[in-house]
Ligand binder design. Structure first.
Ligand code: COA
Length: 162
C-alpha cells in the first residue's frame, strides 16, 4: 500500500499499544508521521519536547517514520501537510463511538480523498491507556512490558521529581 500517513495523539506518554500501531502502519504505508498534539488545555505529565524525544528514541529503527508536533485543528494539519491517510488504533468497542464521530466530522474537513484508517490494537495491549500507566507507576505498580523501557524510566523519574 502506498501513501503518506499520519498517526496522531497526545502520547503522554507513548505506550506499547501506540508502538504496535506505529510499527504495523509503517509497514503498510510509504511514510508515517507521528503527530504529537500540543494541546494547552490538556494537563500533560510530559512537555511537548519530552513526548517527542521519547517517541524519536523508540522509533529510531523505523526508517520511514518521522515525528512532528501540531496545534489546532487536525484537518488543517492534515490538509496543509499533504497527508493521504490518518491512522487510528481501536482498542475496544468503547473507542468506536468516539472514533466514528471524529472520522465523520473529519471527512467533511479533510481534503478530498483523505481517509481515516483504523487498525485493531493487538489484544495484549487493548486495556492500556497512558493515564492508567501513569497511575500504576505513580503508585509504584509494575508497568514493565506495557510501555517501552526508556519510557518507563522517564515516568519513574518524573514522579520522583514531582
Ligand atoms: N494503545 C494504547 N493507548 C491508546 C491507543 C493505543 N493504540 N490509542 C489511543 N490510546 C489512548 C491514549 O493513550 C489516550 O489515553 P489517555 O486518555 O489515558 O491519555 C487516549 O487513548 C486518548 O488518546 P489521545 O491521544 O489523548 O487523544 P484523542 O484520542 O482524544 O485524539 C486527536 C487526539 C489529535 C486525534 C484529537 O484530539 C484531535 O483531533 N485534536 C485536534 C482538534 C480537532 O481537530 N478537533 C476536531 C476533531 S473532529
Amino acid at each position: 500500500m502506498t501513501g503518506k500517513a499520519l498517526y496522531t495523539g497526545s502520547f503522554d506518554p507513548m505506550t506499547n499499544g501506540h508502538l504496535d500501531i506505529i510499527r504495523r502502519a509503517s509497514r503498510m504505508f510509504d511514510e508515517l508521521t507521528v503527530g504529537v498534539i500540543v494541546n494547552p488545555s490538556k494537563n500533560c505529565l510530559f512537555t511537548e519536547q519530552e513526548r517527542v524525544e521519547m517517541i524519536k528514541e523508540v522509533v529510531k529503527d523505523l526508517e520511514n517514520v518521522k515525528v512532528d508536533t501540531f496545534k489546532g485543528l487536525l484537518a488543517d494539519y492534515v490538509n496543509s501537510g499533504g497527508f493521504d491517510l490518518v491512522v487510528r488504533g481501536l482498542r475496544a468497542t468503547t473507542d468506536f463511538e468516539y472514533e466514528i464521530q471524529m472520522a465523520q466530522m473529519n471527512a467533511r474537513l479533510f481534503n478530498d480523498g483523505v481517509e481515516s484508517v483504523f487498525l485493531m490494537t493487538s489484544p495484549e495491549y487493548s486495556f492500556i491507556s497512558s493515564s492508567m500507566i501513569k497511575e500504576v507507576v505513580s503508585l509504584h505498580g509494575d508497568a514493565e512490558g506495557l510501555v517501552p523501557d526508556v519510557v518507563l524510566q522517564r515516568i519513574i523519574e518524573k514522579f520522583k521529581e514531582n
